[in-house]
Design a protein around this ligand. Structure first.
Ligand SMILES: Cc1cc2nc3c(=O)[nH]c(=O)nc-3n(C[C@H](O)[C@H](O)[C@H](O)COP(=O)(O)O)c2cc1C
Length: 310
């Protein structure tokens, strides 16, 4: 695709977000690329690794304790995307600190650590421990708070649903992260996403990432039952692109906080739509599960012609 004349940004050039300079504006989204390590020795026909030109790999969300995740099946493929109910399976925060973070640093992977917890204080405690362990990690650029989990301290409602809780989580993490970028990842399952984004910005987030998955359900017609044992899952992929664009547009217009756009991106054209609306960076999720070079290809295709010349 010839790039439109208004697009003059090289998304593989360094870009400043909060206190940090990222190596680019196209990132791999959380949960769709593991911890970014299982593919680190792959190369494509152009000799690229799955990180070439990427600004960051957002890790699979890490929780204070290890989680085995939800019962199988956990993923339903649809013509327009996928519905997943992984249940935040992860190695747990201590194993992540001891093994995964050092491995990411050694492999030179630009990293944003995704965290989830059930109380704002836990976000603060994890941020503090990350800083203790990772202060010297050159490639660890930031933290993304996954705010789509139940808030135990306030009766189990979704963290993502209340501006006040978003603010409490952001403030708790911010005080321990003086020199790393802090992002709040917002749920689209709300009437007013701009209010959540404003709360995150006022509490000290450098940016919000929008959107996480939408609540979805698929029915198995033979049994007449939902396919996923937990009934509902998170819907993602090409079908959510227009919804993600609408949410990003609302945030840009009403919240005054930088936005990293995510949802349904599978091509450079998709990514450009987010940039056209004012997103400062983008993340590629579901498309990465089919092709670990999806984000790399988006980044390469968005380089203006002058930058593409050797
Ligand atoms: C299998 C799967 C696992 C995911 N796990 C996480 C996760 O651990 N943390 C998180 O913040 N988002 C998670 N997401 C959401 C994605 O990061 C992304 O926000 C969402 O899927 C929309 O982008 P996409 O349409 O490009 O996939 C997951 C998505 C999928 C499909």
């Amino acid at each position: 695709m010839p790039l439109p004349s208004w697009w003059t940004t090289d998304p593989t050039a360094p870009f400043v977000l909060g206190p940090r300079t990222f190596p680019g504006r196209v990132w791999a989204a959380s949960g769709c690329f593991g911890y970014g390590l299982s593919v680190h020795d792959m190369t494509d026909e152009a000799g690229r690794t799955p990180y070439t030109g990427l600004g960051a790999v957002v890790t699979k969300t890490v929780t204070p304790l290890p989680r085995t995740g939800n019962p199988m099946p956990r993923l339903v493929e649809l013509p327009t995307g996928a519905i997943n109910s992984i249940g935040l399976e992860n190695v747990g925060f201590e194993a992540f600190l001891a093994e995964t973070l050092p491995a990411l640093e050694a492999a030179g992977v630009p990293t944003v650590v995704s965290l989830a917890a059930t109380r704002p204080e836990e976000f603060g405690a994890m941020a503090a421990r990350l800083m203790e362990h990772g202060a010297r990690c050159r490639h660890w650029h930031g933290v993304e708070l996954n705010l789509s989990c139940p808030n135990v301290a306030e009766g189990g409602h979704d963290f993502g649903a209340r501006p006040r809780t978003v603010a409490d989580c952001v403030a708790a993490a911010r005080r321990h992260l003086p020199d790393r970028a802090l992002l709040a990842k917002l749920t689209p399952n709300t009437a007013d996403i701009a209010a959540l984004a404003r709360a995150a910005g006022e509490a000290g987030a450098d940016a919000v990432a929008a959107i996480n998955t939408l609540v979805g359900l698929e029915v198995d017609l033979e049994s007449g039952q939902p396919v996923l044992p937990r009934r509902f899952g998170g819907y993602s992929g090409p079908g959510v692109l227009p919804i993600a664009l609408a949410k990003v547009d609302q945030i840009v217009a009403q919240a005054g906080v930088p936005v990293v756009g995510v949802g349904g991106i599978g091509s450079a054209e998709d990514a450009l739509k987010f940039f056209a609306l004012g997103a400062v960076a983008v993340q590629v999720g579901t498309a990465q599960m089919r092709d670990p070079f999806a984000a790399v290809q988006v980044a390469a295709a968005l380089r203006p012609q002058a930058a593409q010349r050797p």
